[in-house]
Design a protein around this ligand. Structure first.
Ligand code: ATP
Length: 300
């Protein structure tokens, strides 16, 4: 019986690990039960690596035909630039990320990378070019080293360490008694939200994608952590085409363009300064957040 138990137990562990690695992406995209298979078209092309211009071209989309979610959404992220999408909960921000990763196909218009309609690209080549920093990173029950190297399993120790340095994890790791060998995850050291997001950034830096999707955590963070995350995001976005899904507004100030979505339509667009000067929806959201922040920091 014991002879049987050991391999079965091993399979159990393996199964859990595989499930967990799928969880990151599934969680971000809320796909646990709703995933619809998207097939490659015959003769699907390969996306060339290097610079990547992302374009949402008059995109219309609905998860279910009776309830349109996006209407005529049209914007371009020039190669190497950062566009941030803001808007109330449910306005369709994360849907844009799902469409770019091609978990769903658009019903009107097109999503293009370097001019190619992504429906005509092989999914593997598209997804290989995209790195995601999800809101809530799932850690494997393994060492910190393993958790970062997972971004590119064939990366050398030097490359893993360089990625951790760029994500400002080095000091944190140096202070741990077991350093890189510290076990994390459910059965190990629990990392804070900010630390986990830094692990996700290090993983993504290691993957070295041309396109970066940064899904900002919804949870409130203190202003010091927010500043640190902003600095890490800037580092990760350098030289990459970046789409920031902003749930709070802290990470959008430096974006080349901010898109304000309201019920699936673009209602304002511009830089932070331009949008504040407009005194419209964005300026209102900004003022509200400042008030909230001040109330938090000085309850009296
Ligand atoms: P939040 O800031 O709360 O994350 P969001 O702006 O990212 O919101 P989306 O997640 O893009 O919003 O959702 C837009 C709308 O689409 C919502 O009304 C949501 O209920 C709906 N929706 C999201 N995923 C699905 C799905 N798989 N099936 C059906 N409707 C969905």
């Amino acid at each position: 019986l014991i002879q049987l138990y050991v391999p079965l137990n091993f399979l159990g562990v393996l199964y859990r690990e595989i499930r967990q690695s799928l969880t990151d992406i599934e969680r971000m995209f809320g796909l646990m039960s709703t995933h619809r298979e998207i097939a490659d078209s015959s003769g699907a092309g390969q996306l060339e690596r290097g610079r990547a211009e992302v374009r949402f071209e008059h995109v219309g989309f609905a998860y279910d035909a009776n309830r349109p979610i996006l209407h005529d959404v049209d914007f371009t992220i020039p190669a190497g630039a950062t566009v941030a999408v803001v808007g109330h909960s449910g306005s369709g921000k994360s849907t844009l990320a799902r469409l770019l990763f091609r978990f769903y196909d658009v019903q009107a218009g097109a999503v293009r990378v370097n001019g190619h309609d992504i429906r005509e690209l092989g999914q593997d080549s598209l997804r290989a070019a995209i790195g995601i920093v999800p809101q809530d990173t799932v850690l494997f029950n393994d060492t910190l080293f393993y958790n970062i190297q997972y971004g590119r399993p064939e990366a050398s120790r030097e490359e893993v360490e360089a990625a951790a340095r760029a994500a400002q994890l080095e000091d944190f790791i140096a202070r741990l008694p077991d350093g890189w060998e510290t076990r994390v995850g459910e059965r190990g050291l629990k990392l804070s939200g900010g630390e986990k997001q830094r692990v996700a950034i290090a993983r993504t830096l290691l993957k070295n994608p041309d396109i970066l999707i940064f899904d900002e955590a919804t949870s409130a963070l203190d202003s010091r952590t927010e500043k640190a995350i902003q600095a890490q995001l800037d580092a990760a976005a350098r030289g990459r085409t970046t789409l920031v899904i902003a749930h709070r507004l802290s990470t959008v100030m430096n974006a080349d363009e901010i898109i304000v979505l309201d019920q699936g339509r673009i209602i304002e667009r511009g830089t932070h300064t331009q949008l504040l000067a407009r005194a419209g929806a964005y300026a209102q959201m900004w003022a509200l957040q400042l008030e909230e922040r001040e109330a938090e920091e000085d309850p009296a």
